[in-house]
Design a protein around this ligand. Structure first.
Ligand code: AMP
Ligand code: MG
Length: 402
C-alpha cells in the first residue's frame, strides 16, 4: 500500500487499529434492552413461525375441493381462539386475520368476495388449495437462525427475535470508553469566557459519536496542560476498554498526551496519518486497552473519531465489516486535491436523479466546527495533483453511522 513519507495512509492506520482489537466477551441481554447491541452468536427461533397455519385475510375458512358451491357457516374463529372442532365437508367457518385455520380447511376466501345470507355463503369460483393460508413455519422453523452473529440489532431484527420467542440474546459486552479533553484554555459552556479561553466542545461531541456506536461512555473532567494532572487523568482513563483523548498530540511544548501515555506503559502503534484534517492522530495500546489521541481541533477530532475510533468500537463488539462504509456518489462541485494527504471534505448529501450527490460546504478548516454542523457526509478526496471535477465519482461516508 502507498506510504506517504513517514506517514501511514488512512487505510494502513485503520488496519493497524483493527489488528489490535480483541472482541469483548458475550453476555445475555434481554431482547427488550438489546436495541443497538451486536449479536455474539446466531440467534435461533424457539418456535415455528407462524406457529400454526394462520389466515392471511378476514374471510371464511373452506375446503378448496368444495368450491364452487354453497357452504354452511358453522362457526367463527377469532385471532387467538382456535376452533373447537375440525371443518366438515360443505362447511365454512368465518375467520379473522391471524386466526388458526381449522383442521380440515385448506383455503380462506376473503370476506369481500362472498355474501353471508342466513349463515350460508354461495361461492361461484374455485380457490387454489392453500390460498390465503400462511403455513406453519413459512417464515422460520424452530431452530432456524433469525439473526446471524456479528449484526447490530435494529428494529427489524428486534421484531424478528421477539416474534421467534426469544426473551434474551447473546451480545458482546458494550465497550467502556473513557473520554478525556485536554487543554488549559477550555471553559465550560454556560460560564463566561476568560481571556484566551474557548468553550470545550470535543468531549461532548466524541461522547455522542461513540455512544451512537454502542459504547458505554465515561466523560472525565477536562485536564489542564499540566503533567501531574495528565498523569492522573490518563491513568484513570486507561482502566477503560478504550481511552479517547482530545488535544495535546501535536508537536508543541504543551502537547503532553503521548509522552505521559508512554510513561504509563502505552505502546504507541502510530502517530500521524496522511489525512486532512486529523493528521496528528495517535493510536496505542496498553494490554487490551485501546488508546486514541485525537487532535484538539474539533473537526479533526470528529474525523479521527469516524475513521479510527468508531471502527475499533464496532470490532470490539464483533460487528462484521467494522470499517467506515464509504459509498459512491457524485460531486456537485469541483474539489482541489492535496498533494500529500487524503482529504475528508465535509459535504451535504442529497438524492440526485442517478444516485447521491455531494455538495462540498464552505469553511473546511479544522477549527470550523460550526461550518461542519451543516454536513452529513465526508467526501474522500485521495491525495494527488489537480482537482476532482464537478460530476466526478467519489467515495463518501455518512457522518454519524452507528
Ligand atoms: P491541540 O490539539 O491541543 O493543539 O488543540 C488544537 C486546537 O484545538 C486549539 O485551538 C485548541 O484550543 C482547540 N481545542 C483543543 N481541545 C478542544 C476541545 N476539547 N474543545 C474545543 N476546542 C479544543
Ligand atoms: Mg492543547
Amino acid at each position: 500500500m502507498l506510504n506517504v513519507g513517514a506517514l501511514l495512509t488512512m487505510q494502513e492506520a485503520q488496519a493497524r487499529v483493527l489488528e489490535r482489537v480483541r472482541t469483548l466477551a458475550a453476555e445475555h441481554v434481554a431482547v427488550a434492552d438489546a436495541a443497538g447491541r451486536v449479536t455474539a452468536e446466531p440467534a435461533r427461533s424457539v418456535v415455528d413461525l407462524p406457529p400454526f397455519p394462520s389466515s392471511a385475510m378476514d374471510g371464511y375458512a373452506v375446503r378448496a375441493a368444495d368450491l364452487p358451491g354453497r357452504l354452511s357457516v358453522v362457526g367463527h374463529v377469532a385471532a387467538g381462539v382456535p376452533a373447537e372442532r375440525p371443518l366438515g365437508r360443505g362447511d365454512a367457518m368465518a375467520i379473522s386475520t391471524g386466526g388458526v385455520v381449522p383442521d380440515g380447511a385448506d383455503a380462506v376466501i376473503p370476506i369481500e368476495y362472498v355474501v353471508n345470507y342466513d349463515n350460508t355463503i354461495e361461492v361461484e369460483s374455485s380457490l387454489a388449495q392453500g390460498k390465503h393460508v400462511r403455513p406453519r413455519g413459512g417464515d422460520a422453523r424452530a431452530g432456524d437462525v433469525v439473526v446471524e452473529a456479528g449484526f447490530r440489532l435494529g428494529a427489524a431484527q428486534l421484531g424478528a427475535l421477539a416474534a421467534s420467542g426469544l426473551a434474551a440474546v447473546s451480545c458482546a459486552r458494550r465497550p467502556r470508553v473513557a473520554v478525556l479533553a485536554t487543554g488549559t484554555e477550555l471553559a465550560r459552556p454556560g460560564e463566561p469566557l476568560a481571556p484566551g479561553q474557548v468553550y470545550e466542545s470535543n468531549a461532548l461531541m466524541l461522547a455522542a459519536a461513540l455512544a451512537a456506536a454502542g459504547a458505554d461512555i465515561e466523560v472525565l473532567p477536562v485536564v489542564a496542560d499540566d503533567e501531574t494532572a495528565h498523569r492522573a487523568a490518563l491513568e484513570r482513563g486507561l482502566e477503560a476498554d478504550v481511552l479517547v483523548t482530545s488535544g495535546g498530540v501535536s508537536v508543541g511544548p504543551h502537547d503532553l498526551v503521548r509522552r505521559i501515555e508512554a510513561e504509563l506503559g502505552v505502546e504507541e502503534i502510530f502517530w500521524r496519518v496522511a489525512i486532512k484534517p486529523g493528521k496528528p492522530v495517535s493510536f496505542g495500546v496498553r494490554g487490551l486497552t485501546l488508546v486514541f489521541g485525537l487532535p484538539g481541533n474539533p473537526v479533526s477530532s470528529l474525523v479521527g473519531c469516524e475513521l479510527f475510533a468508531k471502527p475499533a468500537l464496532r470490532a470490539l463488539q464483533g460487528l462484521r465489516d467494522p470499517l467506515p462504509r464509504f459509498e459512491p456518489g457524485r460531486l456537485a462541485a469541483a474539489l482541489r486535491r492535496n498533494d500529500s494527504r487524503d482529504e475528508l471534505v465535509r459535504a451535504r448529501a442529497r438524492v440526485g436523479p442517478d444516485g447521491m450527490v455531494l455538495e462540498p460546504l464552505s469553511g473546511q478548516e479544522s477549527h470550523m466546527i460550526v461550518h461542519s454542523a451543516a454536513a452529513d457526509a465526508l467526501v474522500h478526496v485521495p491525495l494527488g495533483e489537480g482537482e476532482l471535477a464537478a460530476g466526478a465519482t467519489v467515495s463518501w461516508l455518512r457522518l454519524g453511522a452507528a
